[in-house]
Design a protein around this ligand. Structure first.
Ligand SMILES: NC(=O)c1ccc[n+]([C@@H]2O[C@H](COP(=O)([O-])OP(=O)(O)OC[C@H]3O[C@@H](n4cnc5c(N)ncnc54)[C@H](O)[C@@H]3O)[C@@H](O)[C@H]2O)c1
Length: 439
């Protein structure tokens, strides 16, 4: 990482292509939202890159520019979209099916959405069990499929005249799997691609293809994907930024707001029971125990890291934490997430907190997709490579360098994100350490 005054940022000129495996509820809500914002039909609520300011210098300086004016981000007018899906539905048809956005709004952005026809997916029913579709690359080894994806990427780049590209996984959640020998080095991984090794998941083939093409890769789902030595090494060697995993929306977002507050006040927690009902395709895929296990792992890890039970055994050692997700079609994309939190205070007296969050999953996820696309492109233009920990703010299970633990506290994550932007522009980092008491 260069030192202060050394950060050079290439300009955000030309079109930025956004390539998305998974043209489902999240990605179509994101794309339709961008088209709606461009036409003045709505505001990009929830997006830091579009709405947030950043304070610079001392509090008395009165310098708080918009983030988008402070760092050179691509304009939303320069975004072009493409992607892959196992279904042939255009982005417009998929958005209609997802039933997230009103038909009257979708009708106004129909033209650009209907023009997005998913490319044939790399898919494996061993990794996603509850759905299957016709629009898949059927022949060849996993390496042949990776090469076909690379041809798709380069074809898209050419056809749309993109100056730069970013790939963001918005596909379904794959079944739980752990890093294996085949993921340990790039050599073994490539050999595994050639020999169709069963431990290489489709999402890993997309990530590999992106990295080979020098395209930053973000993972919005909890799948292992790029979080293995072979692909991490490849990202560093090829100077490509990567980040993940699993968009922090809904219930886990709430958890990372509330848990740091309770801990800041040294209040104890005995139990945290979280349950959800949701009825979209994501919910259907998560009915499969393998896919649920992947999700459960990321959802459970959050509290342990925030509460640090080893440092505070009297307060958190006996915490019972459970997470449930149930597929319930009548709700569609409008999820309901309940949390029951059993806390205790002074002298151990018990109290309870109940949260009932009637949220809209894809409405919460869409602005995160936008920010990640713009920040990943910025990171690449700054010469940053490998895991982008400063983007942990967006994820339930932030990727970290080997040996480090992830930071889950959303307020620390936000500080890290903004300080990284200050660092890019050679501004003083803000540590909130006021030394005026010592004058
Ligand atoms: N909505 C949220 O708040 C949220 C939060 C965190 C994570 N996520 C994750 O984001 C992902 C997308 O969520 P969604 O609600 O849009 O789901 P969705 O089911 O509507 O869309 C996923 C799409 O991916 C496609 N797909 C599956 N495997 C594929 C492959 N190998 N290649 C190409 N396409 C493939 C499916 O056909 C589907 O159209 C899920 O993994 C979900 O767990 C969503």
């Amino acid at each position: 990482m260069p030192g202060k005054d050394n950060v050079k940022i290439a300009p955000a000129e030309g079109k930025l292509g956004v390539l998305i495996p998974g043209i489902g509820a999240v990605s179509t809500t994101f794309i339709a939202g961008i088209e709606a914002v461009k036409r003045g039909l709505g505001l990009p609520v929830g997006s830091l890159t579009q709405l947030s300011t950043i304070r610079l210098g001392k509090r008395t300086d009165g310098r708080s520019p918009m983030i988008k004016d402070f760092v050179p981000l691509a304009s939303i007018n320069d975004l072009v979209f493409g992607g892959w899906d196992i279904f042939e539905d255009t982005a417009y048809e998929s958005a209609v099916n997802a039933k997230v956005l009103e038909p009257t709004l979708l009708a106004q952005v129909k033209e650009p959405l209907a023009a997005i026809k998913p490319m044939a997916a790399v898919f494996d029913t061993e990794y996603i069990k509850r759905i299957n579709g016709p629009n898949v690359k059927k022949t060849g080894t996993k390496m042949d499929k990776a090469e076909a994806l690379m041809a798709d990427i380069e074809g898209f780049r050419k056809e749309h005249g993109c100056a730069r590209l970013v790939m963001i996984w918005c596909g379904s959640t794959e079944v739980f799997h752990k890093p294996a020998e085949v993921h340990s080095t790039l050599e073994k991984f490539e050999e595994g691609l050639r020999t169709n090794h069963p431990d290489i998941a489709p999402s890993q083939i997309y990530a590999y293809a992106a990295l080979r093409c020098g395209v930053p890769f973000a993972n919005g789902a909890p799948n292992l994907t790029a979080d293995v030595p072979a692909l991490l090494d490849m990202a560093r060697e090829r100077n490509v930024p990567i980040c993940g995993k699993d968009f922090k929306t809904g219930q886990t977002f709430m958890k990372t707001l509330i848990a740091p507050g309770l801990k800041a006040r040294m209040l104890g927690i005995n139990g945290w029971f979280s349950t959800n009902i949701l009825g979209n395709r994501d919910g259907e895929v998560l009915e499969d125990p393998g896919s649920f296990k992947t999700k459960e792992e990321t959802k459970l890890s959050v509290l342990d890291q925030i509460l640090q039970p080893k440092l505070y055994p009297e307060l958190y050692e006996n915490l019972y934490h459970a997470v449930r997700i149930n597929y319930y079609p009548p709700r569609g994309d409008s999820k309901e997430g309940w949390d029951n939190i059993d806390i205790f205070g002074w002298l151990g007296y018990p109290m309870q907190i109940k949260i009932d969050f009637l949220c809209r999953d894809s409405i919460l996820a869409a602005p995160l997709v936008l920010d990640l696309v713009l920040f990943m492109d910025l990171a690449q233009r700054c010469g940053m490579r490998g895991i982008q920990e400063w983007l942990s703010f967006y994820f339930k299970a932030p990727m970290t360098a080997p040996g480090l633990y992830p930071e889950h506290d959303i307020f620390i994550q936000l500080m890290k994100l903004k300080n990284t932007l200050r660092w890019m522009r050679n501004e003083d980092l803000i540590t909130h350490l006021g030394l005026e008491y010592y004058d």
